[in-house]
Design a protein around this ligand. Structure first.
Ligand SMILES: [Fe+2]
Length: 215
């Protein structure tokens, strides 16, 4: 019998099924845009009660403000880049639905995902330094966002070092960064523990029903 290591027919096929593609990019021109967008968001927050929680009742991208126009172009470009990385040939028709988030001291977003969307993303306007936050526990991660393995409890059997072990991907965003991920992915935003507000703009990428695969 031929030992497996000398048998060319025995070469294994490796297929990485069901990966979760996460994208992070720093937007060009973000420094100038962020001060304008931050003022817009704070003004909108002062005018609207529950602005951050009523996210489905608004679409920031419908504004004709030039700074929003810039962000719309950047988000659209990021979605196309994401689709290219996925190897998608034909780009589906999609629209962006966006809303601002203002997290004052103590505010956070509980574990959630974004139904009825293909992708979700967040663009960061201001992520205050949390070094001066008064914390009395070492397991707090103020200002960070965490994403969780969608496969549910797979870490129970994963081995250390196999790259699939950690059920949580946690990251502290920087102002000017845009993150993009599949809308099904559960995530949470840790509390802001300083007085300076944490500001971001989140969005969903919604495809028309005729672009969805049946079944
Ligand atoms: Fe979210």
């Amino acid at each position: 019998m031929t030992p497996p290591e000398e048998n060319p027919e025995g070469s294994a096929e490796f297929i990485r099924l069901w990966p979760t593609l996460f994208m992070a990019v720093t937007l060009p021109g973000s420094d100038a845009a962020n001060s304008i967008l931050s003022s817009l968001v704070m003004q909108s927050n002062a005018e609207q009660e529950q602005m951050t929680t009523n996210y489905l009742e608004q679409n920031l991208f419908q504004s004709d403000h030039p700074a929003i126009g810039w962000l719309t172009q950047c988000c659209t470009h990021a979605v196309m880049e994401y689709a290219r990385e996925l190897g998608m040939g034909d780009m589906p028709e999609f629209s962006l639905q966006g809303w601002p988030n203002v997290n004052f001291r103590g505010d956070y977003h509980n574990l959630h995902n974004h139904p009825h969307s293909w992708l979700s993303g967040t663009y960061y306007l201001n992520v205050p330094d949390q070094d001066d936050a008064e914390t009395f526990r070492s397991d707090l991660n103020p200002g960070a966002i965490s994403f969780f393995d969608p496969r549910g409890a797979t870490n129970m059997t994963a081995m250390m070092g196999d790259g699939q072990h950690d059920p949580e991907y946690r990251r502290v965003p920087k102002a000017g960064e845009l993150f993009l991920w599949p809308a099904f992915l559960y995530h949470l935003v840790h509390p802001n523990l300083v007085e300076t507000p944490r500001l971001s703009i989140s969005f969903n990428v919604v495809v028309s029903s005729r672009n969805r695969q049946p079944g």
